[in-house]
Design a protein around this ligand. Sequence first.
Ligand SMILES: Nc1ncnc2c1ncn2[C@@H]1O[C@H](COP(=O)(O)OP(=O)(O)OP(=O)(O)O)[C@@H](O)[C@H]1O
Ligand SMILES: [Mg+2]
Length: 269
Amino acid sequence: MPDSERAGADSVARHRRSVVSGHRSTGSAPRTDVVARLTHVGRRFPGPPPVDAVRDANLTLRRGEHVAIMGPSGSGKTTLLNVLGLLDRPTRGTYELDAADVSALGEQERTRWRRQAIGFVFQDFFLLPGRTAWENVALALVYRGWPSRQRRSRALQALDHVGLAERLDALPGTLSGGERQRVAIARALVNDPILLLCDEPTGNLDSTTARGVMSLIAGLHQTGLTVVTITHDPATATWADRCLRLADGTMVEGSFGVDRRAADRRVGG
Ligand SMILES: Nc1ncnc2c1ncn2[C@@H]1O[C@H](COP(=O)(O)OP(=O)(O)OP(=O)(O)O)[C@@H](O)[C@H]1O
Ligand SMILES: [Mg+2]
């Protein structure tokens, strides 16, 4: 970790350290076993007319879980993911992240938390077209004050991890959809997040490429990363440990919507 980051340890880092040291001193069950908890969360957009995009969402994400969230278009999936990712604030209920109540944080604190704790993967990749693969990944470290040489070596490491060591200098426009999504995954990983949030990560990919991307995400999950994947695609959802559904802004326990063993055979084959 570069000196500038160490020197600039902020409240988020302090919080994370205190939570970790808390377990050691008490010897009790780790508080951080729960990475994120939503309790009766709602998000109303004021309108007019007002829209209750999320009405009542309850969710406990345990460390190392991979949860899929499905539901019809407009059911509130992206709104919920934005709340989980601290891009948005609930208008009711509470959100605890890493054992801290983050429901009512101001903009600056939320941004700080987001940069330190969350990685995002979106359907449309959101890569900067004029920047190379490694520059896109390294950019995520600029905001954390890493010196440029260290940014580059960290970005290279992340791109190697997603199998793109050969395409470091490629511009996004010269990469395939699957490769672009791998760059986006590398970008999500460089900050060492505690929570990876994926909104339709396979939505723009053909089924073979989608399997490759989900296999990569599943590999990250197996190393202990907590993952939420929003998807319309039952085959994508089957990579998760469990599947929840949003129906008209309300979270319900769901099923994978397919015979999971059959889907496993399909994705495995
Ligand atoms: N900024 C906003 N202002 C007003 N209404 C909004 C806003 N963002 C989303 N909505 C509404 O909230 C509801 C949920 O939207 P959301 O994008 O969360 O759905 P979704 O489940 O992600 O849908 P999709 O599967 O199509 O991506 C929709 O009715 C949408 O029109
Ligand atoms: Mg959406």
